[in-house]
Design a protein around this ligand. Structure first.
Ligand code: ACM
Ligand code: ZN
Length: 750
């Protein structure tokens, strides 16, 4: 979303007579941008769009330098007879073109001539500049690698979203992926791992297949040039002194023990880091960085710095000698070995500075002493970024709480491709503000920008890479570019339609959660129904069934909330541009208690109250996890629930589902009582059971259990159940003497 738009009436149409013209003052970089646009335009329209110097007259897209404007800013004035574009520099012109593309039909992003398209853009005056100067996207190619063409396609997406930094994580424990002429073993040995862990590392299962590869320096140059043509600087990362197993496997003398190790085949953190005691290590680092600086014009050189265990350094005579020589001492804040990492960082920083470059690293580099001129990338939440800004460092915000695109996009993990963990849906990304409220305005100025990170442990191919990237990248784009007051989630959802068209056209495997049907419901105890509401992004029609059959375009179209009166499986999907969404599914199981009035004598605990007592009569059942929102939790209090069946009803069975999860202090009830009443005042007890308290883990699985009372048929209007929680944990359990939890999901009356 540009920061200032004034719509005007009418449209500009690109036709076979449209020309591109430019003012004589344009610099050569801008001329390249303009020539690239003309060539793209000719390719997709099939017209031969010419470029000429001069003001062009009518039916012209005219580019003119305005040296007074800020870098990256642009003005785009679209009138019926011509388009005028002004900017101070090539990036500004490039972003004006990106905005113009946003206003044209989706086919503008195509690879070949599209027939029958009217190339119209609505008239408007747009005056725009980015919120942040650093707008980044990261990609790890160590864990899994992607072809040069795939990396270029990824860069195309960054450019379309007006990002200007591609942070390329080139090396890690699982593979060294860049040719270094001086150290051929880095790619002979370090680029290859014998096999790869399957699934999460705790499975301890391996695929037995050699994996690896690397980019030659020519390929690296090709990518850097490709990115530069799209106004994107490639920020190279050589992660050090930790995450260096691939290098130590190639040159064992770089480690503390000197012992041969193998390129890592599983994920996580290794103790085999660079030895900081040896001068040879610094010689290696400087030689590698010298070749890196030749390949990457980026001012920032990223040295990683994250997750560096100190166990080898503690035992290494050379590292300890260095600590002594340099007079390094531990204090109440950090160990001497942590300050040894600062020593390493500061030496590398000085080297980069001597070569006109700037050090940037993950927020661990703040631990110990850090040169003021180093820039901090905050990944462990926002804390590192806040501390760094307060200490006067420049900061890029990339918190794992909002911007780790390797995290899950749905809570329904069973139906997702495996990911590292977490939960970062698009709206969480969208609502993130990179400048924390706790900073003063001056400190806030230190936040130079924002970046999302894509670690590829669980991203084996480009299809999955796109799935994790889109449409979270759309949200990132707007938090990086658009001023907070101009952001709006509903407007974002509407405008996303256009990009979705582009992704469909390009056959990209974007994640569709946002485009699926969102199901919500209410327990309507006045009508005795469950009222289901279906919503989705935009105005596309929602189709649904209630009998468990697969919905399609011939199914019922949703318009108003569906009132369920009996057991039903709701299945719904939405169709956009003939593309079906995933199916949203929810099964509601009815019994005589479902959607009836319910009240509790003792409150649930605040943390696990969720939607309150109505959850016990909503027709939904839990599984073996306590925190899915299907269970309501009690701590110290009993579950004492009264259900009003509304009229005299014949009943012979009452049950309640409870969770057994002893490790999480969730015990089944120690007693279960059922009482009935005709008037809600005088109750008679029909069943009262004492239940065993587990005497150990043996014989108890983490699972849902059902407590049931059966009795001869009787007539009642009110049913009261009491399921008592364990008030004092047994001696064998960690919760001994303390109140334990009781978790219940559903009451059933038959
Ligand atoms: C990181 O995610 N280890 C920077
Ligand atoms: Zn050492």
């Amino acid at each position: 979303m540009p920061n200032q738009i004034e719509p005007k009436s009418g449209e500009f149409t690109i036709d076979k007579n449209t020309i591109i013209a430019f003012d004589g003052s344009l610099d050569s970089a801008t001329k390249c941008v303009v020539a690239g646009f003309a060539s793209d335009l000719s390719k997709v329209t099939g017209f031969d769009i010419t470029v000429e110097e001069g003001d062009g007259g009518k039916n012209t897209i005219f580019f003119k330098t305005n040296a007074d404007m800020a870098g990256e800013a642009y003005q785009l004035d679209i009138e019926q007879k011509r388009i005028d574009i002004a900017a101070a520099d090539a990036p500004g012109f490039f972003y004006a073109i990106q905005t113009l593309k946003q206003l044209l039909p989706a086919q503008i992003y195509g690879d070949s001539a599209a027939d029958g398209i009217e190339w119209k853009a609505n008239c408007a005056y747009i005056n725009d500049a980015p919120r942040f100067g650093y707008r980044g996207m990261h990609l790890d190619i160590a864990r899994h690698m992607f072809s040069v063409d795939e990396v270029k396609s990824f860069i195309d997406l960054l450019a379309m979203h007006k990002l200007n930094r591609f942070h390329w994580h080139l090396t890690d424990d699982q593979g060294w992926r860049i040719e270094i002429k001086k150290y051929p073993e880095l790619t002979e040995t370090g680029a290859w791992r014998n096999e790869t862990v399957v699934g999460h590392p705790d499975n301890n299962e391996f695929d037995g297949t050699l994996y690896g590869g690397f980019y030659t320096q020519d390929e690296i140059r090709e990518v850097v040039k490709y990115a530069a043509e799209r106004q994107i600087t490639v920020v190279p990362e050589i992660d050090m002194p930790g995450h260096m197993v691939a290098a130590v496997a190639s040159y064992p003398q770089l480690g503390c023990t000197g012992k041969q190790c193998e390129v890592r085949t599983t994920w996580g953190i290794s103790e085999d880091v660079l030895c900081v005691g040896k001068e040879e290590t610094f010689e290696f680092v400087e030689n590698v960085l010298t070749e890196i600086m030749e390949l990457f014009p980026s001012e920032y050189i990223h040295i990683g710095g994250d997750e560096c265990p100190k166990t080898r350094w503690e035992k290494c005579p050379k590292c300890q000698a260095r600590i002594k020589e340099e007079g390094i001492k531990g204090d109440s804040l950090h160990s001497a070995e942590t300050y040894l990492q600062s020593y390493f960082n500061n030496r590398v920083e000085k080297f980069l500075k001597e070569h006109g470059r700037k050090l940037i690293g993950w927020d661990e580099i703040l631990e110990g002493d850090l040169s003021k001129s180093a820039t901090v990338m905050s990944w462990r939440g926002e804390a590192g970024g806040i501390e760094a800004a307060k200490k006067g460092h420049d900061v890029i915000m990339t918190p794992q709480t909002f911007l780790y695109f390797d995290y899950y996009q749905s809570l329904d993990r069973e139906n997702e491709p495996i990911a590292i963990g977490g939960f970062i849906p698009v709206d969480l990304v969208y609502n993130y503000n990179p400048v924390p409220d706790s900073l003063t305005p001056e400190e806030g100025e230190r936040i130079l920008g924002v970046q999302a990170n894509l670690w590829t442990e669980y991203i084996p191919d480009f299809k999955q890479l796109i799935y994790m990237t889109l449409p979270r990248l759309d949200a990132l784009s707007e938090i990086a570019w658009t001023q907070p007051q101009n952001k709006n989630w509903d407007s974002f959802l509407d405008r996303l339609d256009k990009n979705i068209q582009v992704y469909n056209m390009k056959g990209l495997n974007y994640a569709k959660h946002l485009l699926d049907v969102n199901l919500s419901f209410e327990v309507n105890d006045s009508d005795g129904t469950i009222d289901v509401t279906l919503k989705t992004q935009g105005k596309a029609p929602i189709y649904y069934t209630l009998d468990g059959s697969t919905p399609d375009m011939s199914s019922k179209t949703y318009s108003t909330p569906i009132k369920l009166k009996k057991t039903s499986t709701v299945k719904a999907l939405v169709v956009r541009d003939s593309v079906e969404s995933n199916i949203t599914e929810c099964e509601f199981l009815f019994n005589k208690a479902t959607a009836k009035k319910i009240s509790l004598d003792q409150p649930a605990c605040v943390k696990y109250k969720y939607d309150g007592e109505k959850m016990l009569v909503d027709g939904l059942y839990g599984d073996s996890s306590f925190n899915t929102g299907r269970y309501i939790g009690f701590e110290g209090n009993d579950l004492v629930a009264t259900i009003d069946l509304g009229k005299d009803t014949e009943i012979s069975q009452v049950s309640v589902g409870v969770l057994c999860d002893l490790a999480n202090w969730i015990f089944p009830a120690e007693s279960f009582k059922v009482q009935v009443s005709a008037d809600g005042k005088v109750y008679s007890t029909v069943s009262d059971q004492k239940l065993p308290v587990p005497a150990g883990y043996d014989g108890y699985k983490q699972e849902r259990q059902v407590l049931t009372a059966e009795f001869a048929p009787l007539t009642a209007r009110f049913v009261k159940i009491t399921a008592a929680c364990v008030k004092k944990g047994p001696q064998w359990h960690d919760g001994r003497g303390k109140p334990l939890f009781l978790f219940a999901d559903e009451i059933s009356i038959k």
